[in-house]
Design a protein around this ligand. Structure first.
Ligand code: PLP
Length: 443
């Protein structure tokens, strides 16, 4: 029996008879036509998830719904930017490169937000000229730069202040810390966030529209978002008491988790948003302020589950362990260059044989890449069929977020292609890099 798990693969995936199918196209056909490693994006799944976050925000917050900004860093190419634009949600970009992709497809500037802790003058001026909705300022130097550049272009630029609320969340836990030892944002506890407000208020080319926070990633519980929202709302109340007017926007960032392996779950956006709306409403009522427009920036929760990476097995090798047991090393034709997450922070994934039914008993296995690095491990421990052999196709689901976007050319491996599948058809949306592309960079 295949270890296929519908809850981890993209919505239009199934294991039919003896092979994996995604968006109506078989994994073997995809591998034969486009080669491996290959990122396969389930187009309808992406669009549905983006629409769900949009609808969940607007249903839960009603007239106080701001924007869903898809976090481009999780994965962006021109076609993804077109899908995001067509759903009518916004785009959170944090470099000039991400902004360039948006510009290349005429993404509506009024739905773009510029992030980053060290935006260059060029990045700021490109964003101002493109008419981005907001620039999220991250340091005092940057407030001066954005003010100067906006004034040069005769623009009154809307800005949000990135606040470090002293809340850090990862998976099922969050911690509140007194000091905020991170490179992002203005500390709430030290008073820097308040000083940033007064700095911006004194600059005629800037319009302060609100506050922003992003507390972490792979978050499953609402408690961390709630704690951050409470803290930001008390700052909004302090602002109202001091300046006599209310800031209209509050952006609570991204970070919602997804399931990578069986047994985890992907929170329902409608549940997350309605719980958050309740928390924010209560906190605003307690602070006696008008409810601001609420925006969010999901990346992983939109693109993560939509993509499956296909690899071809090159070799297998059995090694004896100290305790007398053995482990099979299964080497595939990609690795840490197309998915750095396991090596970078121990991320876990599922894998299945995609081209046939496994027939042998399972054995303790490790799926590794082809890089010259012992840490080039995609899955540290998994039970795979003992009949796995060179030429088999391996599918690893939920690789849409921070896979291709963090890919490298380590060992001069070329970055894999990205293929969109839908209704039985497949098309390239990012070409496979060639060695010639890489060599072309060298003088
Ligand atoms: C400011 C900001 N917004 C949104 C995101 C997206 O987070 P996720 O993909 O976990 O939703 C990130 C990720 O690092 C971020 O730094």
């Amino acid at each position: 029996m295949s270890a296929f798990d519908a809850a981890v693969f993209s919505s239009n995936s199934s294991f039919e008879l003896d092979h994996l199918t995604i968006g109506g196209v078989s994994a073997s056909q995809l591998a034969a036509e486009f080669g491996t490693p290959l990122y396969v994006v389930d187009e309808e799944d992406f669009i549905t998830r983006a629409e769900n976050w949009r609808n969940a925000l607007s249903e839960s917050f009603g007239e106080n719904a701001g924007n869903v900004y898809y976090a481009a860093k999780s994965f962006l190419n021109k076609e993804i930017a077109r899908w995001v634009n067509s759903v009518g949600i916004g785009l959170d970009v944090c470099t000039g490169g991400e902004l360039a992709v948006a510009k290349a497809v005429n993404f509506d500037g009024a739905r773009i937000e510029l992030h980053g802790n060290n935006k260059s003058e060029l990045e700021i001026s490109e964003a101002v000229q493109y008419g981005v909705h907001t620039i999220v300022v991250d340091s005092f130097f940057e407030i001066e730069r954005v003010a100067r550049i906006s004034s040069e272009f005769g623009v009154k630029q809307r800005v949000l202040i990135r606040v470090t609320p002293g809340v850090e969340a990862h998976t099922h836990e969050f911690i509140s810390t007194a000091h905020e030892d991170v490179k992002f944002g203005f500390s709430l506890a030290s008073g820097a966030a308040w000083d940033a407000i007064s700095d911006i208020k004194g600059r005629p080319s800037l319009e302060l529209v609100g506050l922003h926070s992003h507390i972490g990633s792979q978050i499953f519980e609402i408690a961390g978002f709630a704690a951050a929202a409470e803290k930001l709302i008390s700052l909004l109340a302090k602002y109202r008491d001091y300046y006599g007017s209310e800031l209209p926007e509050l952006d609570l960032g991204g970070g919602c988790g997804i399931n990578y392996v069986p047994g985890e779950y992907t929170p329902d956006p409608f549940v997350v948003m309605s719980e958050l709306a309740k928390v924010v409403r209560d906190a605003c009522a307690r602070a006696n302020i008008k409810m601001p427009r609420i925006s969010i920036e999901p990346g992983r929760a939109i693109v993560g589950p939509t993509t499956t990476t296909l690899y071809t097995v090159g070799t297998t090798k059995s090694v004896e362990l100290d305790d007398g047991s053995s482990r099979t090393y299964i080497s595939v034709d990609g690795g840490m260059s197309d998915n750095i997450r396991p090596a970078l922070y121990g991320a876990q994934y599922l894998a299945i044989i995609a081209n046939r039914l496994p027939l042998g008993p399972t054995q303790t296995s490790r799926i590794v890449g082809k890089h010259c690095e012992s840490g080039d491990i995609l899955i540290r421990e998994i039970h795979m069929s003992s009949d796995i052999q060179p030429g088999d196709l391996i599918a690893i689901p939920a690789t849409g977020a921070y896979g291709r976007s963090m890919a490298s050319n380590y060992n001069h491996l070329t970055k894999p292609a990205v293929v969109a599948v839908r209704d039985g058809a497949a098309r390239i949306i990012t070409k496979r890099e060639s060695i010639a592309d890489i060599l072309a960079m060298d003088i």
